[in-house]
Design a protein around this ligand. Structure first.
Ligand SMILES: [Zn+2]
Length: 241
């Protein structure tokens, strides 16, 4: 009798990934129309509202460093919050569905703001290929897919490659400016990006160093592209840099 139970449990696991019946944040009961997050958690999320304004602390982080057309973060990344746990789960726990659902929600807000209406191409910030293989997927890819669905844009995961990791950024002290790192990213298909409005998508904006290097690589290779970014979360201290 153990075999049918095992199969049943396996089926429940698979089904819960595709059609979760519990809120991905608090574990409470939800209906399929709630897209994985219950109404109470949607009210509790510490949203930034940065996507509603052209100038905001996330975007201002890059002022004078690289031309940024639009820039936004969805919510504040607070210590010990359920939302922080959620990002950790979708980053390391294989829960790609969470990333996609959050992307759909974020994308709907970006669309409603009208500032991101004319985005042509969405690029998930590339992971180093080895990291991507070890993790099994790039979580930003699913976030990008969710946003793209709502903005009616195309996801392009191959126009830019990451050539190596940037191990120094985690050790930067508060207030310290990061340096550009040559060849951290390489634009392999510049012809796809010429004259386009490009939205770079990443999970958490912390120091901004990696995103900066990515945007700089695009700006250098394709100067006539408009470059925007959308991160799912932002650490609160960024507004003090
Ligand atoms: Zn909930």
């Amino acid at each position: 009798m153990s075999m049918p139970n095992t199969i049943l449990e396996l089926w429940r696991d698979i089904r819960s990934l595709v059609f979760p019946e519990c809120c991905m944040v608090c574990g409470g009961h939800i209906t399929p129309s709630m897209n994985g997050i219950c109404p109470r958690c949607r009210l509790d999320i510490p949203l930034t509202n940065y996507w509603l304004t052209d100038n905001n602390p996330s975007k201002e982080c890059f002022d004078g460093l690289v031309p940024v057309y639009r820039g936004s973060s969805f919510f504040f990344y607070k210590g010990n919050s359920l939302w922080r746990t959620l990002i950790h789960r979708f980053k390391y726990g294989g829960m790609w569905q969470i990333a996609y659902n959050l992307g759909v929600w974020y994308g709907a807000e970006l669309k409603a703001s009208t500032l991101y209406d004319d985005v042509d191409i969405i690029i998930p910030l590339p992971l180093h290929p080895i990291k991507s293989i070890l993790r099994g997927y790039n979580q930003s890819r699913y976030l990008a897919e969710g946003i793209a669905k709502m903005l009616g844009a195309t996801v392009d995961s191959s126009a830019i490659r990451r050539t190596r990791n940037n191990p120094s950024q985690a050790r930067l002290k508060r207030g310290e400016r990061w340096e550009s790192v040559d060849n951290l990213f390489r634009v392999t298909k510049p012809e796809r990006l010429r004259g386009k409005h490009i939205l770079i998508v990443d999970d958490v904006l912390t120091t901004g160093a990696t995103l900066y290097n990515c945007m700089l690589a695009i700006h250098t290779a394709v100067p006539d592209a408009r470059i925007s970014f959308a991160t799912l979360a932002v650490t609160q201290r960024i507004s003090h840099i």
